[in-house]
Design a protein around this ligand. Sequence first.
Ligand code: C2E
Ligand code: MG
Ligand code: MG
Ligand code: MG
Length: 288
Amino acid sequence: HAKATGKGRVQLYDVSMRADATRRRQIEEGITQALDEGDIATHYQPQVDMRTGRIVGLEALARWRHPALGWIPPSEFIPIAEASGRIVEIGERILEQACRDTLALPVELPVAVNLSVAQLAREDLAETVADVLLRFGLPASRLKLEVTESVVMKDTRRAIATLKKLKALGVSISLDDFGTGYSALSYLRSFQWDELKIDRSFVRSLDSDRHSLSIVTSILELAARLDIGVTVEGVETEEQVALLTGAGCRVAQGFLFGAPVPASDLGALLARGGRAEGETRSTASVAA
Ligand code: C2E
Ligand code: MG
Ligand code: MG
Ligand code: MG
């Protein structure tokens, strides 16, 4: 179609479109092999109590190193896998890895796993989760499932019904990227969330935009009144820690406390976390 109008810009656009389509197809077609060969790994980011510096939980994040394309961010391959439905298998694999890896730790930390729209749309999601927990032996109380508002928006009534089934298993349910959606407040009415994760866009703008701190403070108050826990995402600087703890935030996730790492690095991360507190590994488990 670029041929008709000709000339640089249009043609470049066309070429990059075709490159995008090729990359997308490579990613789509690579998923089968990735699942077969175990190329989709799970990394873990610590969630930290900012007052003590202790690790109080982990978030499992999908990581994929494609044989030809290299590292592909989840923000790129998750939507593609979502469109083809393969996300259901990927999600189950991540859940299994999260169970296995957390159980191998010397401390009893909870682990958070992200759910996609396609997973939440499945009638058998709660059965699948129950089955994985049973097979691996992870107590339901140590699993948190994170959904974004867009995941709930798809078919709200059904999504909420499924979340209730999951909650009945004893699993905690978190509302991820809180504050970035369209009508977050109505979702607070329709379901008893266990946790809100304040989106990192609020943290990023803390020092430049005075409204951000007011918003974070208000979310904390709202959550406290509704008996919902709060984790703040994307903490990168000590200044942000000072502002956030001043506002009453306790639990945070962010590069300042640690980027996502492979399971094999968790032992060292936990040992270091314990040492910073002058604690041993065994007493670090008290935090969980
Ligand atoms: P999310 O669930 O909100 O995960 C947090 C994202 O923020 C992660 O990006 C993490 O690496 C990044 N992050 C953490 N701390 C900082 C920080 O201090 N600064 C900045 N700039 N970023 C930080 P990641 O791993 O690239 O994942 C992006 C999104 O992809 C996730 O957002 C989640 O929505 C989705 N995702 C990742 N893994 C999975 C999965 O297994 N299943 C599903 N359905 N979605 C996943
Ligand atoms: Mg998340
Ligand atoms: Mg998030
Ligand atoms: Mg996100």
